[in-house]
Design a protein around this ligand. Structure first.
Ligand code: ME8
Length: 678
């Protein structure tokens, strides 16, 4: 099979500056492209800006400039950001480009010719900020069901795309996987949506209400609906020389099918998008393509949201984090690693600077950076700074690490050798190919943890005194393992990876014994926690021997990760622990919090005069019915906290299963409500 990837991001509205939600999606797409190239594939990466529509018109009005002046000024805030985050799109598209206008006008004209667009008088509830109509049934107490703001009654003539005709064809495409939607629960969400009859789609806006858009070629009183316009960007990029439509030549499809770029890339398209724009991508877009006689997209990768204190980070709430600030403070590599390691694609994740620092210190500074420092340091002390040669059979622990390193690099899922475990192992090529990059990174970092374990158990800094060849063998293979890790991490931390390969003087992809190693400062300096009284993390401050002898804590037998609870700086004395009051309580009631996908509101009997209200971010994985009537564990002496306007008086204790899904904890048999857990 051809290993090609045409990867796209949503095109971002230029109504404001970029935030980390945008940065995340672009970094994800960039990393997917880089992993494909790492595995020998070819890629084309598209991003850009969505410059028409009401939001942009309103943003321009607010600034007192024309929409054109506004977009010309603001699009570069996006375009110029990406290279500084090590994102390398092949094409940056703007929907105000003439090439794109040609595509949109041709698509409209063709569908009109085919009788798939017709005009109708229409009346409905309209949400101005969201630019969309809602039905009577959909609105909630006079408000938009999506953003909660008031809707207005509007009557107008408009052009409709006969989307409903493609419902069955679309269901078949989703069910058969012709259009894959990942993760799978999002495919189910789309199929659920398609259980109701599909409506036709209003694809025009009268110029009297909105003039900033692409004119309908067959009715000058209208511009195209911004989503109809925006979605077509994904094929504009593949039809570079399309002439403007004329009376004699105004269809899109024949030109597109004849375009070499379209032929080459379209069958391999992956759209990355946030879950808030799933319907537009999984329903509007494929039906538009089907109507044009074109194949549906191959794959939609739907991401979750970055949350701050369990609320979506968004411009309207004003809790956004500026990607530039983050980049300036931590650098592009740390930011990319954090985003891709911390968020399981499809699920929400909480953003905090503490979490960035924790990842930086534990994974990058410690497991990777410190490993490199230690091993180069040992070579400097004992082998004149040269790469030693491996002449001996590896120790058992080293052999295990070597087997793991070979496994990681296999092109396909493969059975693990007995030395590791006996389950099927998904290699980097497989997990990255499936866009499960947090898994790719966990598996790759497990290699660095194994290599640290090898240094601890083989102790070459000691054996070098009695058996130089044994020490040389260990050091060579650990260096070789670092090369593998650097290569496999290159799509995520390109700068650090290149620096590692430079320091190890890798040529033609391999190490050359006898070559002089290059020393340098730590690749990822450790960071101090910003606030909240968290201690400065000095887990393994001493490179070399101190770390090897102090032990790195417990190794998690499932993941191979070292856990830090044995580390002296992480110990908690019993008095401090006893101040956290963990209690058993009975769940009397549980219900979803309106407008929140994550939160459940629980009423818990804790042996107090009144039941407690506790909010918990478990709604996506635990059903209310699974909790009501059962005893659970809670922390009972946390200060009250406001979430979605509701007070939470404690926290439910949960564990996470192998997929990161939350699981409640229950006592093995009933105990009185309110008893302390000790
Ligand atoms: O929707 N966490 O543009 P946009 C993660 N122009 N992702 C987030 C996020 C968050 N907190 N907030 C926003 C548009 N995003 C359209 C797209 S495509 C043909 C047209 C993501 O600038 C959001 O989910 O509002 C979406 O995928 C992307 O940023 C673009 O947002």
């Amino acid at each position: 099979m051809t290993n090609r990837l045409y990867v796209t991001t949503p095109i971002y509205y230029v109504n404001d500056k970029p935030h980390i939600g945008h940065a995340y999606c672009t970094i994800l797409a960039d990393a997917l492209a880089r992993y494909t190239r790492l595995n020998g594939g070819e890629t084309y990466f598209l991003t850009g800006t969505d410059e028409h529509g009401q939001k942009v018109q309103q943003a321009a009005e607010k600034r007192g400039v024309t929409p054109q002046a506004h977009v010309d000024e603001l699009f570069s805030a996006f375009k110029d950001l990406w290279p500084t985050l090590a994102c390398a799109p092949d094409r940056f598209i703007r929907t105000t480009e003439p090439a794109h206008q040609n595509v949109v006008q041709r698509a409209l004209w063709q569908l009109h010719d085919q009788g798939l667009i017709e005009d109708r008088a229409f009346e409905g509830w309209y949400c101005v900020p969201d630019e969309r109509f809602w039905t009577e049934k959909e609105i909630v107490a006079g408000n938009c069901p999506d953003c909660g703001r008031p809707v207005t009654r509007l009557q107008e003539r408009n052009w409709f795309f006969l989307m409903s005709r493609f419902q069955d064809r679309l269901i078949a495409a989703v069910q058969s996987g012709e259009m894959a939607i990942v993760p799978a629960n999002r495919a189910n969400e789309v199929l659920g949506f398609l259980r109701e009859p599909l409506q036709d789609l209003c694809i025009s806006r009268p110029k009297s209400r909105l003039s900033w858009g692409i004119e309908l070629p067959f009715d000058r009183d209208f511009v195209a609906y911004v989503w109809f316009d925006a979605l077509l960007n994904y094929i504009t990029a593949l039809a570079p020389d399309l002439p403007p439509p004329t009376a004699d030549d105004h269809a899109l499809t024949p030109h597109l099918l004849a375009s070499p770029a379209y032929q080459k890339w379209w069958p391999h398209v992956t759209h990355c998008l946030g879950k808030d724009i799933l319907t537009t991508h999984a329903v509007y877009w494929p039906t538009m393509l089907l109507a044009l006689g074109l194949p549906v997209p191959q794959r939609l990768v739907t991401t979750g949201w970055w949350l701050m204190d369990d609320a979506k980070m968004s411009k309207s709430v004003g809790n956004v984090v500026d990607p530039l600030v983050l980049r300036d403070k931590y650098g592009a590599d740390v930011m990319r690693y954090f985003f891709l390691r911390e968020m399981a694609v499809g699920q929400d994740a909480n953003f905090s600077e503490e979490a960035v620092i924790r990842r930086n210190n534990a994974d990058l500074a410690n497991d990777l950076g410190n490993l490199l420092q230690r091993v180069i340091g040992m070579c400097v002390r004992s082998f004149s700074g040269k790469i030693p040669a491996a002449t001996r059979a590896p120790s058992h622990v080293l052999a295990d690490a070597i087997a793991y390193m070979q496994l990681l690099q296999q092109p396909q899922t493969t059975r693990e050798p007995e030395t590791v475990t006996t389950r099927e192992f998904e290699t980097v090529a497989v997990t990255a190919g499936q866009a499960r990059l947090n898994r790719t990174l966990t598996d790759t970092m497990a290699l660095t943890q194994k290599l640290n374990g090898v240094l601890t158990s083989d102790a070459p800094f000691k054996t070098v005194l009695t058996d130089r060849e044994a020490a040389a063998t260990t050091l060579f293979h650990v260096l070789d393992g670092i090369v593998v890790a650097a290569r496999l991490l290159a799509p995520v931390i390109p700068a650090a990876s290149a620096e590692i390969l430079r320091r190890l003087q890798v040529r033609d992809g391999t190490l050359h014994p006898g070559t002089q190693l290059i020393e340098g400062p730590p690749l990822f300096p450790k960071r101090e926690f910003v606030s909240g009284g968290l201690p400065v993390e000095e887990l393994h401050a001493q490179p070399g021997a101190a770390m090897a002898t102090s032990g790195r804590g417990l190794q998690d037998f499932r993941t191979g990760e070292f856990r830090a609870e044995r580390d002296p700086s992480n110990l908690v004395d019993i008095e401090t622990f006893a101040r956290s009051q963990l209690r058993v309580g009975l769940v009397l009631a549980a219900e979803a919090v309106p407008k929140s996908k994550k939160l459940l509101r629980l009423s818990i009997e804790l042996g107090e005069p009144q039941p407690r209200q506790i909010l918990s971010g478990i709604a996506e994985t635990i059903a209310p019915a699974d909790l009501v009537g059962r005893q659970v564990l809670v922390i009972a002496n946390l200060p009250p906290r406001l979430m979605m306007g509701l007070e939470s008086h404690g926290m439910l204790l949960v564990a996470e299963d192998a997929d990161g899904k939350r699981v409640a904890l229950h006592p093995a048999r009933a105990v009185p409500n309110g008893v302390l857990v000790k």
